[in-house]
Design a protein around this ligand. Structure first.
Ligand SMILES: [Zn+2]
Length: 318
């Protein structure tokens, strides 16, 4: 059971027109040279924390604070968001498909159509302008601690360290089901200076997640020199993490059957000390941890279909 939502959808209607010709996309220009930073909320329509943070930045007229560079604020899967129902909060994650698996050029430029693909195609020109991109998400597990997903490259982990938030950083191998936004060319190229972070701000609909979302936005704007550090500092809802640790994902378990189940209570960032510990059963096959000090990343708590990711496994850098 999940606790009922603490967070309710903000009223985004004042931001619907945007100022770019693309609904719900705002481009704020300082008029001075500097990086283009893109903050995105609602890749998943029911992950409200990012929408609350961006709504607040717009209401506080962040554009008037810009000292250099440009700031793009985008509310991504608006169609799903507008279907949010607090009685069925999981139902509005997407309309047709997971919007964070459609970002390969072959898919974006291909013949396939879906509501999410249409929106991704509309957002792409903004993404391509971003030197630094922050994609704000939340997780299904109650009480889950925040996690910065740095994509497949250490260069974006360096950005998360420069922000000082959150405590856990993760470098992974992407998703077999399709390319994430943070893994697009440029962001995923070690030779390119462009960086992208996906921050899982905490549990869906927890007040703390909205604070984390606002906190990392402010930290990024200050770190990139877009706003005065003092302006950001005065608004930070959270203290910086006392320590940041980097988790490297080594593998993912994909459900092979319709009856994948964990054999024990599992939680995000649980560490299983001994290799060979039985952890799940999948269509009669036992699955055990492959190495000592195996860390579980966002184990799925809900029933799975064959082919879906059940959990990812990793280890902390020493
Ligand atoms: Zn998400």
């Amino acid at each position: 059971m999940h606790t009922p939502p603490d967070l309710l959808p903000p009223d985004l209607s004042p931001h619907a027109a945007g100022n770019t010709g693309t609904p719900y996309v705002h481009l704020l220009d300082s008029g001075r040279p500097g990086p283009t930073v893109m903050l995105q909320a609602l890749m998943h329509g029911n992950e409200l924390c990012g929408a609350i943070a961006l709504d607040r930045l717009l209401r506080e007229q962040v554009g008037a604070q810009l000292r250099r560079g440009r700031l793009i604020l985008a509310f991504a899967n608006i169609e799903a968001f507008l279907r949010f129902d607090a009685a069925h909060p999981f139902d509005s994650r997407c309309v047709d498909e997971d919007m964070n698996r459609v970002w390969a050029d072959a898919v974006l430029q291909g013949p396939r159509d879906s509501l999410e693909l249409r929106r991704a195609r509309a957002l792409l020109p903004f993404v391509e302008q971003a030197d630094v991109l922050l994609d704000l998400h939340s997780m299904q597990e109650d009480g889950a601690p925040a996690l910065a997903i740095c994509g497949t490259q250490d260069k974006s982990a360096a950005l998360a360290r420069a922000l000082g938030q959150p405590a856990t950083l993760m470098v992974d191998t992407g998703h077999a089901a399709g390319l994430r936004l943070i893994d697009r060319p440029g962001f995923a190229d070690p030779a390119s200076p462009r960086q992208a972070l996906l921050v899982e701000c905490g549990a869906h609909w927890a007040r703390e997640s909205a604070e984390m979302a606002f906190d990392v936005c402010l930290r990024l704007l200050a770190q990139q020199g877009l706003v005065d550090a003092a302006w950001a500092q005065a608004r930070l809802p959270l203290a910086a993490a006392t320590q940041q640790r980097l988790l490297r994902v080594t593998s993912a378990w994909t459900a092979q059957s319709e009856d994948f189940r964990f054999l024990r209570d599992v939680h995000h960032l649980d560490c299983i000390p001994r290799a060979g510990t039985p952890l799940a059963e999948d269509g009669g096959r036992l699955r055990a941890t492959p190495f000592d000090d195996c860390v579980l990343v966002m184990p799925t708590q809900r029933p799975l279909k064959a082919g879906q990711t059940a959990v990812r496994l990793g280890r902390f850098d020493p």
